[in-house]
Ligand binder design. Structure first.
Ligand code: AHG
Ligand code: MN
Ligand code: MN
Length: 330
C-alpha cells in the first residue's frame, strides 16, 4: 500500500487533510470523513454563537438575527441543538448520546456511527469570557444497520472509539482530533471560514511541571490524592486550573502536565463523564503519547454501565500520570 502517512504541510486545509488521510481509516468509505466535516461545520456555527455571547443581553444586538428565537437559550443547550442538527443532516450518524440529554437519540437512519458529545464544556466560563470547548467521541454501532438502536450501541469501551476530538473556543478556535493515527490540530481562520493544519502530529512531553486540579476541594480528597499533591508542591510544579477541561487539557497537551479530577465529597466518582469527556480525551492523550487513568485503571478499558457515568480522571504526560498512579498502588 502507498504510504498514506506522508506529512502534510502546515497550512493544509482541514478538508484537504481529511481527504488525504481517508485511506488510513479502517473502514474507508468516506462516511467518517463526512462526519468529521459535519462536526467541523457545527463547530463554526457554535464558535459564532460563543463570540456573540457577550452581546446577548445587549438589547437588540443579535435578537433580530435569529428567526427561531434560539438565542434566548443557554449556550450549552444551543450548542447541543447545533451539533445534533449537523449530525442528523449529515446522515452518517445513527445515534447520539449527549451530556445535555437524558437518553440516547435514535436518528432512525442508515448511519453507521454513534456519537457521544459534550456540546459545551466549561459552560460556566462563558459569562466571564474564558475559553470553552466541545468534546466528541465516534463509535461504530454494534447493532446492524436498519435495526433499532439499543443502549449498547453507545455503552462501548473507549478503546472502541474510531475517532475523537475537541473544539476549543479560545483566543483562537481550534479543532483537534484523532482517528487512531496520531493527533492533529487545526486552527480556525474566521474571515476565511476555514480550519488550517497548525499542529501536526501532536505529542505530549513525557514529563511536565504543571498540575491542574481544583484544590479548593482539598479537604475532601483521599489521602492518596493529598500525598500526590504534596509531591507536586515539593517538586515546585506550577498550578494551572482554568476550570474548562478542554482548555486545561489543551495547555497540558502542548506543554506537558497532568489534569486531575479526583473523587470528592460532593462527587464520589469525580465530576467528569466517562462517555462525554473522559474517553475522548483519553483516546487523544494516548495517541499523543500520554496516558489517562482513574488512579487505578486505564480509562479506555472501562465498560460503561450508564450514559452519564462519572469516573475519576488523571490525564496528561505519561510519567506524571504513572507517578500519580503509584500513590494508589503502594
Ligand atoms: P460542563 O461545563 O460540560 O458541565 O463541564 C465542566 C467541567 C470541566 O470543564 C471542568 O474542568 C470542571 O467541570 C470544573 O469543575 P470544578 O468547578 O468542580 O472545578
Ligand atoms: Mn464538560
Ligand atoms: Mn457541557
Amino acid at each position: 500500500m502507498e504510504d498514506s502517512r506522508i506529512a502534510l504541510p502546515i497550512g493544509t486545509t482541514l478538508d484537504r487533510f481529511i481527504k488525504n488521510k481517508q485511506d488510513e481509516f479502517q473502514y474507508a468509505t468516506g462516511e467518517l470523513s463526512q462526519l468529521l466535516r459535519d462536526i467541523a461545520l457545527a463547530g463554526k456555527v457554535v464558535n459564532r454563537e460563543i463570540n456573540k455571547a457577550g452581546l446577548i443581553n445587549i438589547a437588540g444586538a443579535i435578537g433580530s438575527q435569529n428567526i427561531q428565537g434560539e438565542e434566548q437559550q443557554k449556550l450549552d443547550v444551543l450548542a447541543n441543538i447545533r451539533f445534533i442538527r449537523a449530525l442528523t443532516k449529515g446522515g452518517e450518524t445513527c445515534a447520539i448520546v449527549s451530556e445535555e440529554d437524558e437518553d440516547i437519540t435514535d436518528l432512525k437512519n442508515e448511519g453507521k456511527y454513534v456519537i457521544a458529545i459534550d456540546p459545551l464544556d466549561g459552560s460556566s466560563n462563558i459569562d466571564v469570557n474564558v475559553s470553552v470547548g466541545t468534546i466528541f467521541s465516534v463509535y461504530r454501532r454494534v447493532t446492524p444497520v436498519g435495526m433499532p438502536i439499543i443502549n449498547e450501541d453507545a455503552l462501548q469501551k473507549g478503546i472502541e472509539q474510531v475517532a475523537a476530538g475537541y473544539l476549543l473556543y479560545g483566543s483562537s478556535t481550534m479543532l483537534v482530533y484523532t482517528t487512531g493515527h496520531g493527533v492533529n490540530g487545526f486552527t480556525y481562520e474566521p474571515s476565511l471560514g476555514e480550519y488550517f493544519l497548525s499542529h501536526p502530529d501532536m505529542i505530549i512531553p513525557d514529563e511536565g511541571n504543571v498540575y491542574s486540579i481544583n484544590e479548593g476541594s482539598y479537604n475532601s480528597f483521599s489521602d492518596e490524592v493529598k500525598e500526590y499533591l504534596n509531591f507536586c508542591r515539593t517538586s515546585n510544579y506550577s498550578a494551572r486550573y482554568i476550570g474548562s477541561l478542554v482548555a486545561d487539557f489543551h495547555r497540558n497537551l502542548l506543554k506537558g502536565g497532568i489534569y486531575i479530577y479526583p473523587p470528592t465529597a460532593k462527587d464520589p466518582n469525580g465530576k467528569l463523564r466517562l462517555l462525554y469527556e473522559c474517553n475522548a480525551l483519553a483516546f487523544i492523550i494516548e495517541q499523543a503519547g500520554g496516558f489517562a487513568s482513574t488512579g487505578n485503571s486505564r480509562v479506555l478499558e472501562i465498560q460503561p454501565k450508564e450514559f452519564h457515568q462519572r469516573v475519576p480522571l488523571f490525564i496528561g504526560s505519561k510519567k506524571m500520570v504513572e507517578q500519580a498512579e503509584s500513590y494508589f498502588k503502594s
